[in-house]
Design a protein around this ligand. Structure first.
Ligand code: MG
Length: 255
């Protein structure tokens, strides 16, 4: 199932994405995307809506170093446990939303990531139970002020500027999260290319680990870490995270 959150006719709605003859439509989910999905009403053409960030989390948890190939690129040891940090909800923007370049930073970078979206209250689960608590997957850009990350001990400032967390375009449970190719492009040029089969801590392990620290609630987002090739963004750039089966998360950088 593909799920979206969108603005249409002056209202914000959740819906199921349907496809026919190459055209995409939405059918509204009046009861939302959690629990039993009951689409209602007629089809709304995708072109008539504005897609929003596909969920409204109570928190966004991010994993630091999580790709074997990225650890190798940085010459860093493979961590024994996930390193996690949090992004404030004010970082969240949807597909097409602007990433605002903060005046305090001289070096802003993209980090293309697979996002996990949680389905129900998830507390203290084992890895083998974790996937039953996942609603689906989306694309995420863990935008980072790299100069400030290097300057500060804590990453809070570097990771938390307004609009530093694009998410979207939709949520799907139709991909294999343990073997998903992930690509990031800047102005149409490929900058990151890897697969989640390079994860140091696979999706089930990450959800289990975080659930032992804090309860996760419906719509909560976990950003799973970025592959090699992180690099700079400048005002005017268009940055795109692409995961086959999810789609393209495109955002423009504005001064
Ligand atoms: Mg990251």
């Amino acid at each position: 199932m593909k799920l979206a959150r969108f603005a249409h006719a002056g209202q914000i709605k959740y819906g199921v994405v349907e496809e026919e003859n190459g055209a995409e439509y939405l059918r509204e989910l009046p009861n939302g995307p959690f629990g039993e999905l009951r689409p209602a009403g007629g089809r709304i053409p995708m072109a008539q809506v504005m897609l929003l960030a596909p969920c409204t989390p109570t928190k966004i948890v991010a994993v630091g170093l999580n790709y074997v190939d990225h650890a190798r690129e940085l010459g860093m040891a493979i961590p024994e446990e996930p390193v996690i940090f949090m992004k404030p909800l004010s970082t969240l923007v949807g597909p097409g939303g602007l990433i605002i370049y903060p005046a305090m930073s001289r070096r802003v970078e993209y980090e293309g990531e697979l996002a996990i979206v949680i389905k129900d209250t998830t507390r203290d689960v084992r890895p083998e139970e974790a996937k039953a608590h996942i609603l689906g997957y989306s694309c995420y850009n863990d935008v980072t002020a790299r100069d400030l990350q290097q300057k500060d001990v804590q990453w809070t400032r570097a990771k938390s500027f307004n609009t530093f967390g694009p998410l979207g375009p939709i949520i799907t449970d139709e991909i294999d999260p343990d073997n998903a190719p992930i690509t990031l492009l800047v102005n149409g040029q490929k900058r990151q290319s890897s697969s989640t089969n390079n994860f140091i801590f696979p999706v089930a392990r990450v959800v289990s680990f975080i659930s032992q620290i804090m309860p996760l609630y419906p719509g909560d987002v976990i950003a799973t870490g970025t592959p090699p090739g992180v690099g700079e963004l400048k005002p005017g750039d268009e940055v795109e995270v692409f995961i086959e089966g999810i789609g393209r998360l495109r955002n423009q950088v504005a001064a």
